[in-house]
Ligand binder design. Sequence first.
Ligand SMILES: C[S@@+](CC[C@H](N)C(=O)[O-])C[C@H]1O[C@@H](n2cnc3c(N)ncnc32)[C@H](O)[C@@H]1O
Length: 251
Amino acid sequence: MQYDEYAAIYDRSGQLRFSVLMNLYLRDLLGVHRVKGDTLLDLACGTGTLALLMAERGWRVIGIDRSAGMLAEAQRKRAAAGEPIDVHFMQADMRSFELPEPVVLATCCYDTLNYLLDEQELARCFSAVGHALLPSGLFCFDLATDYFLRYYWQGVEFEEFDDFTQVIQSHYDHATGYSTLVLTGFVAAGGGRYRRFREMHVERAYSDDVIRKLLLRAGFEVEGLYDCFTMEAPNERSLRLMYVARRRSSG
Ligand SMILES: C[S@@+](CC[C@H](N)C(=O)[O-])C[C@H]1O[C@@H](n2cnc3c(N)ncnc32)[C@H](O)[C@@H]1O
């Protein structure tokens, strides 16, 4: 499964930084878009960094992810904290899941919804989140823009760390609008040997019209739309957008 092998090096390769920044940004967003209560679903929680940081701030968190490898890392980090932390991790698909209890806040961060490659899949995810939220609950998610996928997810990147090396090759298909990233990792396996793994990640962007249409159908109203990590409106060169959608209090 995608991310299972990447999981062990995901945080150390620098990806953890995103959740640290998102934790701070969510504090700003929630200062403006308020919710009553303290229950959070972090959808596609990955290695659990955001879930754990939010729990430190008093949220009672459920983290859902499809990858057993990512969840194992998340569990390991929770155990390493040494003290009881109110985070429960669950393996599930973000297009079809049910929570034991509805929550007041749902987050889905770091391009994850860009992995859903057609409108039906996105609609299924929005519907599942709608059911997981209490009336008036808030759904905050970021999306990479077409501009980002077209101009930034491009070319070849090579990074060398103490015990692993990664090569990232990205390509934007102008015909389909799909962006494909091939990650090849070489992880030290002792005795000067390296274990090689390869994962393919495909993302696509969605227009604002489509996102609003699907949110509306799933019972949400868009309450805020930002150039991600700022409180400013998006512009034509925004790399990432942050949607703040409120579940309607009825229906
Ligand atoms: C870019 S990572 C983001 C992880 C985490 N949110 C973060 O900010 O570091 C994408 C995550 O989405 C998960 N994912 C992808 N497709 C999924 C699906 N259909 N259902 C649940 N999780 C999924 C992957 O396993 C991975 O952990």
